[in-house]
Ligand binder design. Structure first.
Ligand code: SF4
Length: 292
């Protein structure tokens, strides 16, 4: 293992320069500016830079629930409450084969449905939601999932967060998905001070171009899972550090921070901040151990 001060190899002309890194002094200045009420234009520019950096950092960001139709995504999203995407993806192939239409959920045998979704947790409530969802989609929408926020949130088991997931990922209608992780991260980054999820959604919607609403949700969640962990963020190996008012919440030493970077794109995440993967210590724990 090498130390943080070792020089990085000479880069080829085609390779992008590493993301700029914060220093203790620059981070303190930014934290003070944000705490004192950052001017709107300055915040918008900083968020724009962070958005571009997130896009370069997580080109693989996407909805991690497996689906092929809007109804399948609605079902998967209902099942994802208090569960993991991985767990949901392990039960949905058989579920989607057994219940291909809304009518199939409406007419489902409750005991059989509960058994199929048991491992995702809260299976009784979720079975009720899926049966009710199927019935409502058949009765009110002719068996097709509606494509407006208002109609979606009126369906059993579909809240505003789920509706935005469906709109953004199944219908291509821009939507910002705010859950507790998203809210925590955007407050940590000084994008908003709002706590209420709907107010967070509106605040971020005013800062981010509409065409980016769906992707910003994925970028933020990917960065939280892989770099900006709740308890120990990898600040010293973070591409956002120059624009983050919370730089220093986790280790700022690049090698110590590199050990906290997780996920299948770890080599890319380190490269983008100028840390050769060969030199970096092994990651600590699973990708979702501190998610996000
Ligand atoms: S890892 Fe640290 S520097 Fe990066 S976004 Fe999170 S708190 Fe900010």
């Amino acid at each position: 293992m090498t130390t943080a001060s070792r020089s990085t190899p000479t880069r080829g002309a085609a390779e992008p320069a590493p993301a700029p890194r914060a220093t203790a002094r620059s981070a303190a200045r930014l934290a003070k500016r944000v705490a004192e009420g950052e001017p709107a234009l300055g915040r918008a520019r900083r968020v724009g830079r962070m958005l571009r950096t997130l896009a370069a950092t997580h080109p693989d960001a996407h909805c991690e629930l497996d689906f092929t139709t809007p109804l399948e995504l609605a079902v998967a999203t209902v099942l994802s409450a208090q569960s993991t995407d991985k767990m949901v993806n392990s039960v949905t192939p058989a579920l989607f084969r057994r219940y291909p239409t809304a009518l199939d959920y409406a007419q489902a045998d409750r005991a059989e449905l509960e058994e199929m979704i048991h491992s995702t947790g809260f299976f009784r409530n979720k079975a009720s939601s899926l049966i009710g969802l199927g019935a409502a989609v058949v009765e009110k929408h002719g068996g097709e999932l509606p494509r407006t926020l208002e109609e979606l949130v009126a369906l059993p088991g579909i809240g505003r967060k789920t509706a935005n997931v469906i709109l953004g990922n199944a219908f291509g209608v821009p939507g910002i998905t705010v859950d507790t992780h998203f809210g925590r991260l955007v407050r940590r980054w000084g994008w908003t001070e709002e706590e209420d999820p709907v107010k967070v959604e509106h605040a971020i919607g005013a800062l981010v171009p509409k065409r980016d609403w769906t992707m910003v949700s994925h970028y933020v969640i990917f960065h939280g899972r892989r770099v900006c962990h709740a308890r120990k963020p990898a600040c010293g190996a973070c591409s956002l550090s120059a624009d983050c008012p919370t730089f220093g919440a986790g280790p700022t030493d690049p090698m110590k921070a590199a050990a906290l970077v997780k996920g299948p794109s770890r080599a890319h995440l380190l490269e983008i901040v100028g840390i050769p993967d060969d030199d970096a210590p092994a990651p600590v724990g699973r990708e979702d151990a501190d998610a996000p």
